[in-house]
Design a protein around this ligand. Structure first.
Ligand SMILES: Nc1ncnc2c1ncn2[C@@H]1O[C@H](COP(=O)(O)OP(=O)(O)OP(=O)(O)O)[C@@H](O)[C@H]1O
Length: 233
């Protein structure tokens, strides 16, 4: 589903945020992305979203090489990617329904279609009964689920999450992880960037570990937190 081939990113400041990073994420797999603060996780997600461009190397989504994409292709690309943020980034001046509908409205879906898809997404995250509420009335875990419904309402083949359980207690984190597992089970490639070592230890998934822009580990073997590794201790 997604492939990085020797991807490097140097910011204008001269900072090398990623150095010759290569990996592939197949459809239907859930993968954690970890590393210390500043290791390059957000940069990697930004390259996938085309918020930033690589300095070297190639990124493929499906069979498409992002190097061949101009700015006008970006909206089309982003429709293939669901993004879940730690702070949900919900709009508090509109209902839960309207928040989830937003990507479909932007993409120009017909109204009847929007209703069907939004309700299916809210049903999936267990929040159908709250569609008319303002998200400000919801708990942190519920707000995160609204964010997930919005990310998947387009049925994207790729789901990215940046610290999706950052503000949640272990029980709510487990609920969110259950949802991600459900999406992986139906063929979505799920990439979760997280610092949460207990989360990584609890689920034995493939783990990509970055240190100072280098991919220093790719596998499930040492899914137990190797904090010493991260911090170069
Ligand atoms: N726009 C930018 N211009 C210059 N340097 C940047 C820019 N964005 C990030 N960096 C630098 O690139 C490196 C990687 O940053 P990045 O945000 O990708 O790390 P991260 O692993 O996501 O960290 P965190 O977990 O703290 O979010 C850091 O040294 C950071 O300071």
């Amino acid at each position: 589903m997604i492939k990085f081939d020797r991807v490097s990113k140097r910011y204008a400041s001269g900072k090398d945020a990623l150095r010759r990073v290569s990996f592939e994420l197949p459809a239907g797999q859930l993968t954690f992305l970890t590393g210390h603060s500043g290791a390059g996780k957000s940069t990697l997600l930004k390259l996938i979203m085309m918020i930033e461009r690589p300095t070297q190397g190639q990124i493929f989504i499906g069979r498409q090489n992002l190097n061949g994409f101009g700015n006008r292709h970006i909206p089309l690309l982003r429709r293939k990617i669901g993004m879940v943020h730690q702070n949900h980034q919900l709009l508090f001046d509109r209902s839960v329904f309207d928040n989830v509908a937003l990507p479909l409205v932007i993409a120009g879906f017909p109204k009847a279609d929007i209703g069907k898809r939004v309700r299916a997404a809210l049903d999936k995250v267990g929040l159908l009964s709250k569609e008319k509420q303002n998200p400000i009335m919801l708990s942190g875990g519920e707000q995160q689920r609204v964010g997930i419904a919005r990310a998947v309402v387009n049925k994207p083949p790729l789901l990215l999450a940046d610290e999706p359980t950052g503000n949640l207690d272990p029980a709510l984190s487990a609920e969110i992880m259950d949802l991600f597992h459900d999406f992986a089970r139906v063929g979505v490639a799920v990439l979760i960037a997280t610092h949460d070592l207990s989360l990584i230890a609890r689920y034995r998934h493939r783990l990509l570990t970055l240190r100072e822009g280098n991919l220093i580990h790719d596998g499930v073997e040492s899914a137990t937190p190797a904090a010493g590794d991260w911090y170069g201790a």
